[in-house]
Design a binder for this molecule. Structure first.
Ligand code: C5P
Length: 240
């Protein structure tokens, strides 16, 4: 499968058309951005970790019956995925309070959220991805009611699968963001990536941050944290 034409370049990856119109190639870049790209940096080797980690999680989910866009790992920085129409919403699942939740509501960090919170954000860089309610989604047709129900159901299943998998590897899944897309028949798949760029991972015992918060908060050792996640979940590339 060859890259034919660049379709889209985002903050952390490039998406290419392939010779099969139903498939696309994701190329993970070494760039890191935060706060809606107001903070930027490049870290050599970062794209390799986000690609390998994301491929591992998507494959795991697929094996557990969650429809995802993942088709196969190509090499250290590339993966083959289904070409989908992206639903313009980001779904955030939170198991522990932190980040924008604490900022918005003034609540303490580190509170266990049982049951987990599911939030929807509108994908719109200019507006800084605002939080939206299900009524907003319905009123402005950002997604249909069955799509919202399905996204919620899948997000909570993803949370169960990944939380357990990571717990067994000494990692707490604090929160994460998912995106979804539809194929020609309207079937919904988990799309985009699942990596330390889009999740918060805390070491179970030390609470050390092993995700993009190291970059957001200038904690240092960003690449080392991504490498540590890969070390704990890593497997032979042939198994992904
Ligand atoms: O910043 P906030 O606390 O809302 O982030 C919640 C989770 O969603 C974090 O794991 C963060 O990495 C992820 N996120 C993301 N992309 C965004 C916003 C949040 O991956 N645009």
């Amino acid at each position: 499968m060859n890259k034919i034409k660049l379709i889209y370049e985002g903050k952390a990856k490039k998406v290419y058309e392939t010779d099969d119109p139903t498939l696309a190639i994701f190329e993970y870049k070494d760039s890191l951005t935060a706060f809606n790209a107001q903070k930027k940096d490049t870290m050599q080797g970062k794209g390799r970790f986000t690609n390998l980690i994301s491929a591992t999680f998507l494959k795991l989910l697929q094996d557990k019956g969650i429809p995802t866009h993942f088709v196969k790992l190509i090499d250290d920085n590339h993966q083959l995925v289904k070409r989908l129409k992206i639903i313009p919403l980001e779904v955030v699942v939170r198991n522990t309070s932190t980040g924008s939740l604490c900022k918005r509501l003034g609540v303490e960090e580190g509170l266990d959220l049982v049951p987990p919170l599911v939030e929807f954000y509108l994908k719109n860089d200019e507006l800084g991805d605002p939080l939206v309610t299900e009524d907003h989604i319905r009123a402005f047709c950002f997604a249909s009611k069955p799509q919202v129900e399905k996204m919620k159901e899948l997000s909570l299943k993803v949370n169960d699968i990944l939380s357990k998998y990571l717990y067994e590897r000494g990692i707490k899944l604090v929160d994460f963001k998912l995106e979804f897309g539809t194929d020609e028949e309207g079937n919904i798949y988990v799309a985009d990536e699942i990596s330390p760029d889009t999740c918060r991972f805390w070491d179970l015992s030390s609470k050390e941050r092993l995700d993009k918060d190291r970059f957001r908060k200038d904690l240092g050792n960003v690449l080392e944290a991504y490498e540590e996640i890969w070390r704990r979940i890593g497997q032979p590339k042939a198994a992904i």
